[in-house]
Design a protein around this ligand. Structure first.
Ligand SMILES: Cc1ncc(C[n+]2csc(CCOP(=O)(O)OP(=O)(O)O)c2C)c(N)n1
Ligand code: SF4
Ligand SMILES: [Mg+2]
Length: 299
């Protein structure tokens, strides 16, 4: 995989300056890159989440593509309806892009997403993952990692269970294409969105790590660096799953998790033994992934 972070843009800019995201918001970078890959013939479905605010109040919009805002739990259903309406109008070339946070994907939106993917709806479903309910003040979700302090982990406490493996859950639907991506690896992210666009007639799912300076308690200029460190430490591996079964790893991280954890305020309460426990969890997940990807990925 190319490790550069300087993609060549093919489309004109589809995201305007003056959006309502916080400075350094990873979710805004994710959208900018995704639309560069997908082009202007795209319609975006957004449930309740930070992006419901970032895009701006109608008739203003930070996006030069149509947006359908929908209720928190319903992105999969709304996208299915939009797809059907476009097809009836003979606009089958239009890409339907669902753009939900981790709460709207892993938790409350899971049933409508699962239903849509089980029907193999011809849409791209994206989770931009900032690992908590950020829009309402950093509450814990099932995407929140072990060790993170949130506003719903009581004083002095932090999350004691691990992050749900959403890609595995989606792969279990045997959908045509699923992949992880990080805003820290822009070329890889754009390639995956381009691939997802070309696979038509079924569901595609992309899980994009999008650091949130506000909730992760990092400086705004650290967003991309942290997104890269997540991959370089194997905390957030980059890989693809074709047809729900064929795993391809894109990158092998060589760094210890402490490089990623110790630079973020959300983990600053953790001790050396906590770091060791998280390293063990990450190593175990990585070994499982290697087994699934073998023999394509040498190890
Ligand atoms: C049914 C319902 N419950 C709660 C809310 C309040 N709410 C709006 S956005 C949000 C958090 C969304 O979290 P996530 O999907 O992770 O996106 P993020 O805000 O982190 O970008 C919540 C709880 C709502 N809009 N609808
Ligand atoms: S709270 Fe986080 S995800 Fe939401 S706009 Fe701010 S930086 Fe982005
Ligand atoms: Mg979130």
């Amino acid at each position: 995989m190319s490790t550069t972070n300087s993609p060549t843009f093919k489309h004109h800019e589809l995201m305007n300056p003056g959006h309502l995201g916080c400075p350094g918001c990873g979710a805004t970078i994710a959208m900018k890159l995704a639309l560069q890959a997908l082009g202007e013939n795209t319609m975006v479905v957004i449930p309740a989440c930070c992006w419901g605010v970032i895009a701006g109040p109608y008739p203003q919009s930070a996006l030069n593509v149509p947006v359908l805002q929908t209720a928190f739990a319903t992105a999969g259903a709304a996208a299915s309806g939009l797809r059907a309406a476009l097809d009836i109008r003979g606009e089958s070339d239009t890409t339907v892009l669902t753009w939900a946070g981790d709460g709207g994907t892993f938790d409350i939106g899971f049933q409508s997403l699962s239903g849509a993917v089980e029907r193999n709806e011809d849409c791209i479903f994206v989770c931009y993952d900032n690992e908590a309910y950020m829009n309402t003040g950093v509450q814990r979700s099932s995407a929140t990692p072990y060790g993170m302090r949130t506003t719903t982990t009581p004083a002095g406490q932090w999350k004691r269970t691990g992050k749900k493996n959403i890609l595995e859950a989606m792969a279990a639907h045997r959908l045509p294409y699923a992949a992880t991506a990080s805003i820290g690896y822009a070329e890889d992210l754009i390639r995956k969105f381009e691939k997802a666009k070309t696979i038509r007639g079924g569901s595609r799912f992309l899980h994009v790590l999008a650091p949130c300076p506000t909730g992760w308690r990092i400086e705004s200029e650290m967003t991309v660096k942290i997104a890269r460190l997540a991959v370089q430490t194997n905390v957030f591996p980059l890989y693809e799953v074709d047809g729900g079964v064929k795993y391809t790893l894109n990158f092998k991280g060589e760094r210890g998790v402490v490089d990623y954890l110790a630079v973020q305020g959300r983990f600053k309460h953790l001790s050396a033994s906590d770091f060791a426990r998280i390293q063990e969890m990450v190593d175990n997940e990585w070994k499982l992934l290697l087994k699934k990807a073998a023999p394509e990925f040498p190890h």
